[in-house]
Design a protein around this ligand. Sequence first.
Ligand code: TRP
Ligand code: SF4
Length: 400
Amino acid sequence: MFADRVLSGMRPTGSLHLGHYHGVLKNWVVMQQEFECLFFVADWHALTTHYDTPQIIEQNVWDMVIDWLAAGVDPARATLFIQSRVPEHAELHLLLSMITPLGWLERVPTYKDQQEKLSDKDLGTYGFLGYPLLQSADILIYRATHVPVGEDQVPHIEFTREIARRFNHIYGREPGFEEKAEAAVKKLGSKKARLYAELRARFQEQGDDAALESAKSLLDEQQSLSMGDRERLFGYLEGGGKMILSEPEAMLTAASKMPGLDGQKMSKSYNNTITLREDEASVTKKIRTMPTDPARVRRTDPGTPEKCPVWPLHQVYSSEDTKQWVQRGCTTAGIGCLECKQPVIDAVLEEQKPMRERAQQYLDDPTLVRNIIADGCEKARRLAGETMRDVREAMGLSYS
Ligand code: TRP
Ligand code: SF4
């Protein structure tokens, strides 16, 4: 019913690393070519857990936006903005809170998990409990159809879908809905009206999903319907009321397999990262001092790549030829470890080069970044405003 729109957010938790690049950002860069994309900095979400260190938020926000741009996120294609600069998110969060059962929030798995994981912090707060609902507001306010997220976030998307359904159920039933829907059916013209009624009956009476899909595409093709009638007809199809908020789908981002400097997954909490724009000397040093197969005490001791943290990096960065060279050289003590690491160092530096270059202009002239964000916020506010008009009206707050 609504055109494809991709939305995703990231909390500003410090410099991004190559794990973020391979796991998330490369994917954003691909998606911006194909879909309308909105990417935002979830600074309020950062405050739900880091409420006691507000001084780090601002720097993290700008660094992160520069990291996005460095990675190739293109402000001419995607809308980039900061959550707190679109206060409509907070308004929708508040309004949705009116219909959100506490039990739904308490049951979201990240609620208990994070409280246990971050046990040094008091997360028995109102804001933290509401984390998934704020995320729902982020998504629903743009009527996003697809939300790229990691596995851990899937329950939040599922929760968002339930909130959208509940909202539509409670507020989509405008007075005289059936009559208005029937009147809208007539406006389709007699042939299409008959087809719509038939498909609707097939779905409602026999659960025929293909009929539902056909009816939806029939509606998609109707240029002349008003927005209100469109929404009514979509809602009427599935038996509910008017569809005011639309249910998003999670777009699962493959779990980052990016290995860190110690063989574990790259993660800030393991202290094994290479940051996106880390300087060359530091990257070189980090890789040169990486641990290797402990069996290779001396240069003449043969080793086993599978027991070495450098090997997974070859899997990410090296050609088949290089990998064979590593296998042969390592197991026969034909090459030294520093020699083995050099192609990885070269490949990482090569990958980072365009990122460093793209970042440089923004570091030289920070107003460029400020302007990109200002434009993005303005665009986002306009889109958010459209949904909020419908939401306020549905909840009796339009005072016209
Ligand atoms: N909770 C997400 C995370 O930790 C960040 C986020 C906030 C988000 N709002 C969102 C992601 C909306 C997607 C859509 O990764
Ligand atoms: Fe690891 Fe390469 Fe040394 Fe073998 S040669 S132990 S794979 S660094």
